[in-house]
Design a protein around this ligand. Structure first.
Ligand code: C2E
Ligand code: CA
Ligand code: CA
Ligand code: CA
Length: 279
């Protein structure tokens, strides 16, 4: 009846108000996060098929004023919608370059590479190229040790504009990897024109390949496509030795996942690296 319907509508509005209140507060807090030094970077190792560690991926964390360490899925969408992602992304890059600078100063870690995620929102911002160039210059790092990751779905909106920006950044010495590959909609024609050196195969493909013979064949074909395109293939979400063996059999070049190590703060990463074979 009408009364129940009214109550229902009132309820929905109440929930919506609480939710948008929380969102606003979080947006305000996120706006101060960079200034307050609350942005942290964790590092997850990337390993070659030979077992040699090639480097790591930088993954952002937010040390919230409440003391909780928040994962990116809680705040990246908000950061992208509110344009705070620009500032946050540059802070991640600054910390990553500082780490690369540290690695370069120690002979054993000199050849390690670092991957940094670039949001499509950042890529379309006209000031990204000059900001990135000055961060690289100030850190005094070798840009060829830096890899940027762009999620494949970013190419759905305006591939031409994205590719143009990617090329400008590539000309500064950094290289590109295409992230979450297989979940976007890029055509093989587009793929061929991308300034991308590495395909990061979304972990769903590996998870399915472990359960299903046909999915295993698909994974093998994706790895083959990477190679035909002149790119290397990295499998995300490698969790078991069986998965690693399967991937080696399929010709996959690089791995990343909990089997090797989770994302870790820098001191823990360095302790982990101590027991590994490095390039
Ligand atoms: P991503 O780039 O695909 O990063 C890989 C995610 O998979 C990470 O989650 C990592 O912790 C998780 N992961 C790693 N190994 C395994 C595994 O073996 N099994 C499973 N189930 N998961 C694994 P995280 O750190 O929570 O990051 C989530 C997403 O947030 C990232 O996905 C990336 O899209 C985004 N992100 C992270 N850092 C940044 C950043 O600095 N800038 C931007 N724009 N986005 C970022
Ligand atoms: Ca990534
Ligand atoms: Ca990914
Ligand atoms: Ca190989």
């Amino acid at each position: 009846n009408a009364a129940t319907a009214m109550l229902l509508v009132a309820g929905i509005f109440a929930i919506y108000r609480i939710d948008s209140g929380r969102r606003l507060r979080m947006e305000r807090e996120l706006g101060r996060a960079v200034r307050n030094g609350e942005i942290e970077v964790h590092y997850q190792p990337q390993v070659r098929d030979s077992g040699i560690v090639s480097g790591a991926e930088a993954l952002v964390r937010w040390r919230h004023p409440s003391g909780k360490l928040l994962a990116p899925d809680v705040f990246i969408d908000l950061a992208e919608e509110s344009a705070l992602i620009g500032e946050i992304g540059l802070e991640v890059l600054r910390q990553a370059c500082e780490t690369l600078n540290h690695w370069s100063s120690v002979p054993r870690t000199r050849a390690l590479r670092l991957a940094v995620n670039i949001s499509p929102v950042q890529l379309l911002d006209g000031s990204l190229v000059s900001s990135v160039s000055s961060i690289i210059r100030e850190a005094g790092i070798d840009p060829t040790l830096l890899e940027f990751e762009l999620t494949e779905s970013a190419l759905a909106a305006d591939a031409a504009a994205m590719i143009e920006r990617m090329e400008v950044l590539e000309s500064t010495g950094v290289s590109w990897a295409l992230d979450d590959f297989g979940t976007g909609y890029s055509s093989l024609a587009t793929l061929r024109t991308l300034p991308v050196r590495k395909l990061k195969i979304d972990r769903r493909f590996l998870a399915e390949a472990t359960r299903q013979e046909s999915a295993q064949q698909l994974l093998g074909k994706i790895i083959e496509i990477s190679h035909v395109m002149g790119m290397t293939a990295l499998a995300e979400g490698v969790e078991t030795p069986d998965q690693r063996e399967l991937l080696i059999g399929l010709g996959c070049d690089h791995f990343q996942g909990y089997l090797f190590a989770p994302p870790m703060p820098r001191p823990e990463l360095h302790a982990w690296l101590d027991s590994q074979r490095l390039p």
